[in-house]
Design a protein around this ligand. Structure first.
Ligand SMILES: [Zn+2]
Length: 118
């Protein structure tokens, strides 16, 4: 997360929680732009802040910023993991080994054993 010392304003309403805070970060200030705050809000939350000229607050409080950054890290981690899983599965299919797909064809609730390696 970026530094809140730079680009902070005092005494503004947070765009996300609507509470008045003594210290906020301006979404379209230098630090807010550097941290891609509007892009992260638009991507991870169900609101849109892409219009700097709208009448709504342009600031975000420290608590909401930390939650937004946490959400961003979580999504990045999930996306990286999905890419790795897809890559691993692709490699397995490419080598035609260790890729075993089955389904339960009987009523015993016991999964069938995978075929023996060749
Ligand atoms: Zn807030």
């Amino acid at each position: 997360m970026g530094s809140l010392e730079r680009g902070v304003l005092t005494g503004f309403i947070c765009r996300l929680c609507s509470d008045m805070h003594r210290v906020v970060l301006h979404i379209y200030g230098d630090e807010g732009i550097r941290m891609c705050i509007s892009e992260k809000i638009n991507r991870h939350l169900s609101i849109n802040v892409s219009v700097p000229s709208d009448p709504l607050p342009k600031t975000i409080c420290k608590t909401c910023l930390e939650k937004l950054e946490s959400q961003h890290r979580l999504v990045m981690r999930i996306e990286q993991a999905a890419i790795m899983v897809k890559r691993q599965c692709h490699n397995r299919v490419g080598l035609r080994r260790d890729c075993y797909v089955s389904r339960y064809d009987n009523d015993s609730n016991v999964p069938p054993k995978p075929p023996a390696p060749k």
